[in-house]
Design a protein around this ligand. Structure first.
Ligand code: SF4
Ligand code: SF4
Length: 64
């Protein structure tokens, strides 16, 4: 599971500077993580000043 940025993001750009996988990019109003590039290192989540980054939750299983 890749990391994900919530809508609480204030677009400060701090996370983008620390991601060694270049997985974070600026999007409209907030920053985004490319799940294909994210290596789950937790660095961005540990430095985000408002705690807007967390491990993405798996999609809920579909009812059969
Ligand atoms: S967890 Fe690591 S690899 Fe993934 S977006 Fe954050 S800093 Fe980049
Ligand atoms: S460090 Fe946090 S608040 Fe700043 S751009 Fe990244 S996710 Fe948004």
């Amino acid at each position: 599971m890749a990391y994900k940025i919530s809508n609480q993001c204030i677009a400060c750009g701090t996370c983008m500077g620390v991601c060694q996988a270049m997985a974070i990019s600026a999007a409209a109003g907030k920053y985004e993580i490319d799940p294909k590039k994210c290596r789950n290192c937790n660095l961005c989540a540990s430095i985000c000043p408002i705690g807007a980054i967390a491990k993405d939750k798996p999609a809920p299983a579909k009812a059969a």
